[in-house]
Structure formats: C-alpha cells, structure tokens
Ligand binder design. Structure first.
Ligand code: HEM
Length: 81
C-alpha cells in the first residue's frame, strides 16, 4: 500500500465526471470508481460523491455499512491523500 501515490485534494476534485474519471476519498484513501458507476446497485446516486468524500453519503445510506461494500471499494484504490 505504501507504494501507492499521494494525491492532492485538487486532483481528486478534478475527477468528478465519467469523462474525466470519477474519484472519491474514504478515510484518507483515493479511489477511481469510474468503472464501478455503471454497476452500482444504487445507480447514478453514486455520482453525488464524485470528486469528494464518501463518508457523508454512506452515513445517510447505511446499506454501505457492510464488510462486502468495503471489499468492493478496496479494489478501486489508486492512492492516498
Ligand atoms: C447500494 C456500493 C456510493 C447510494 C449499494 C450496494 C453496494 C454499494 C455494494 C448494495 C448493498 C447491498 O444491498 O448489500 C457503493 C460503493 C460506493 C457507493 C462501492 C462508492 C464507491 C454510493 C453513494 C450513494 C449511494 C455516494 C448516494 C449518494 C446507494 C443506495 C443504495 C446503494 C441508495 C441502495 C440501492 C437499493 O438497494 O435500492 N451501494 N456505493 N452509494 N447505494 Fe451505494
């Protein structure tokens, strides 16, 4: 994990569309979830978090409070903040 690059908040914010890529952060990790958007069980709502932090949304949608959701997220990790 320490081999992953460090990104700035600005770099994350610049990835908030399917064209530019959809990145999110979660507990200091940076995730490129572009490929996951189309298969998300909750549909396009996932784009509300594009370019920002997942935690406020996952606090609202407690369905994400499960181990298997974190396993999915971990597959998309590209770096750290
Ligand atoms: C459901 C993953 C972001 C809204 C789910 C489920 C998974 C998932 C695996 C199905 C859970 C289950 O039923 O066991 C993810 C991942 C996300 C993400 C990996 C980020 C990378 C979001 C965001 C929102 C959201 C940001 C809202 C703004 C929902 C909703 C459902 C859902 C509403 C329920 C869909 C239904 O059962 O009808 N998500 N999610 N998700 N997600 Fe997400």
């Amino acid at each position: 994990p320490s081999a992953l690059p460090i990104f700035t908040q600005e770099e994350v914010i610049s990835h908030r569309s399917l064209e530019d890529g959809v990145w999110v952060t979660y507990k200091g990790g940076v995730y490129d979830i572009t490929e996951f958007v189309a298969v998300h069980p909750g549909g396009d709502k996932i784009l509300l978090a594009a370019g920002g932090d997942l935690e406020p949304f996952w606090a609202l949608y407690a369905v994400h409070n499960q181990e298997h959701v974190l396993e999915i997220l971990s597959e998309y990790k590209v770096g750290e903040l």
